[in-house]
Design a protein around this ligand. Structure first.
Ligand code: ZN
Ligand code: ZN
Length: 198
């Protein structure tokens, strides 16, 4: 893969809908993953990403690596950690990337951020907030990898492949539901929503 094929931060922002520090962090993680994938991927070999949070970062990772939720090669492992593991199924190899960006924020900045989130900031304070944020994003995008990213090969096995399941129909609402998610009661099959209303 050449640099020309690497999606830009702007492309990630278009997909995500806004520019934010989280997206910038994900962009850096995705870039790191690509370096490894480049060396470990032959054409059509299947890559899978396991992301341990559902933050803005994940959108940049989807754009850069092409691992997406809809294709089933983006898996959310809900630990809430800033850890991202990429596997090459054919090679049975993976890389575990830990992002540990530390932002030094003064109490003033923290107060400003809280104010802007609650909508209590004045236009002048909002401007100040945007400036600090833009600077932070710029810093993240230009910081040397080794100051906040660690990447280690892992021998952990890749997650099981996504399977295709039979589709059933809920006896209460009539909507289709994947067989393993259906709730089977005596004489009827329900979706989870309807079973909770019983
Ligand atoms: Zn965001
Ligand atoms: Zn239902």
């Amino acid at each position: 893969m050449t640099d020309n094929n690497i999606k830009t931060f702007e492309e990630a922002a278009t997909f995500h809908g806004h520019v934010c520090p989280g997206l910038a962090l994900g962009y850096r993680v995705g870039k790191k993953a690509l370096e490894w994938l480049d060396a470990n991927r032959a054409e059509d070999e299947e890559i899978v990403a396991v992301v341990e949070n559902d933050s803005c970062a994940v959108d940049a990772i989807q754009v850069l690596t092409g691992c997406t939720y809809g294709k089933g090669n983006l898996i959310h492992k809900d630990t809430g950690k800033r850890v991202y593991t990429f596997f090459n199924r054919a090679r049975g190899k993976g890389i575990r990337i830990v992002e540990d960006y530390v932002v030094m924020e003064s109490p003033d900045t923290k107060a400003l951020f809280a104010k802007s989130r609650s909508g209590a900031a004045t236009p002048e304070e909002m401007k100040q907030f945007e400036e600090i944020r833009a600077k932070k994003i710029k810093e993240i995008l230009s910081a040397p990898d080794d100051t906040f990213i660690t990447a280690e090969e892992t021998n952990e096995p890749p997650p099981a492949k996504a399977r295709i399941f039979e589709t059933l129909r809920c006896d209460a609402c009539g909507e289709k539901v994947m067989a393993p998610k259906a709730v089977r009661l005596p004489g009827k099959i329900l979706c989870r929503d309807c079973s909770e209303k019983q």
